[in-house]
Write a protein that binds this ligand. Structure first.
Ligand code: DAT
Ligand code: MG
Length: 140
């Protein structure tokens, strides 16, 4: 059996950083057996975010999403592991924290005090092509 090691881009969003959940989120990634290959904290600019979220351009939530992602520092992480793209999406849980399953990052930690769906703590690439594109954007 061959083990295919993939890489994915994880971002701890501004809400995760502000709520001091970075350690808890990275702990879950490491506990699953994935490797943290590279990590950086930055205040993302509009140009980077527009490219990152290009697939959502024109959608009603695009503008507030880009603004939210600029509202504070984020932590971008290059994560490696067997089927890590799918695996991290599973750890993260579904997009809306209200309906994300218990046991997932968004289900356990995503608060729901009437806050927008976008405050869902983490980003994870959704396919090999987007992972490659996003890793190039955030890590060059
Ligand atoms: P995901 O982050 O689960 O891959 P996505 O790629 O569909 O979700 O959307 C990117 C982000 O945009 C998501 O994390 C939160 C925000 N978002 C998505 N759908 C939304 C909606 N209907 N209203 C407000 N924000 C939304
Ligand atoms: Mg997505």
């Amino acid at each position: 059996m061959t083990t295919e090691i993939e890489e994915t881009l994880v971002i701890v969003k501004p809400d995760g950083v502000a709520r001091n959940l970075t350690g808890e989120i990275l702990r879950r990634i490491e506990a699953k057996g994935y490797q943290l290959v590279d990590i950086r904290m930055l205040l993302a600019d509009r140009e980077l975010l527009e490219k990152h979220y290009a697939e959502h351009e024109g959608k009603p939530f695009f503008e507030s999403l880009v603004e939210f992602m600029q509202s504070g520092p984020v932590i971008a992480v290059r994560v490696a592991g067997h089927r890590v793209i799918e695996g991290f999406r599973s750890l993260a849980g579904s997009t809306d924290p209200s309906s994300a399953a218990p046991g997932t990052i968004r289900g356990d930690l995503g608060r729901d005090w009437g806050l927008a769906v976008q405050q869902n703590l983490v980003h994870g690439s959704d396919a090999p092509e987007s992972a490659a594109r996003e890793l190039a954007l955030w890590f060059g």
